[in-house]
Design a binder for this molecule. Structure first.
Ligand SMILES: [Zn+2]
Length: 65
C-alpha cells in the first residue's frame, strides 16, 4: 500500500490517481514503471533483422528460381 509522507497516511491503491497522486494532497506517492524502452528497441531491432532476412530469402529465391 502506498504511503503518503505529506499526509502521514497509507492510501489504498485504488484511490491513488492514474498519475500516482495522493487523493488528499495531490503529491505523487506511486512511481509508475516507465515504459520498457529497452524491450521496444529489442523488438524493433528484431523486426528489422527479420525483415532483412526475409528480403535476403526472397532475393535468393528470385536468383535460384
Ligand atoms: Zn497525501
Amino acid at each position: 500500500m502506498p504511503w503518503c509522507e505529506r499526509c502521514s497516511q497509507f492510501r489504498e491503491s485504488d484511490v491513488v490517481s492514474e498519475a500516482g497522486e495522493c487523493p488528499g494532497c495531490g503529491s505523487v506517492i506511486v512511481t509508475k514503471r516507465k515504459s520498457p524502452w529497452r524491450f521496444r528497441v529489442m523488438v524493433a531491432l528484431t523486426t528489422v533483422y527479420l525483415s532483412y532476412r526475409l528480403v535476403q530469402g526472397i532475393m535468393w529465391l528470385s536468383h535460384h528460381a
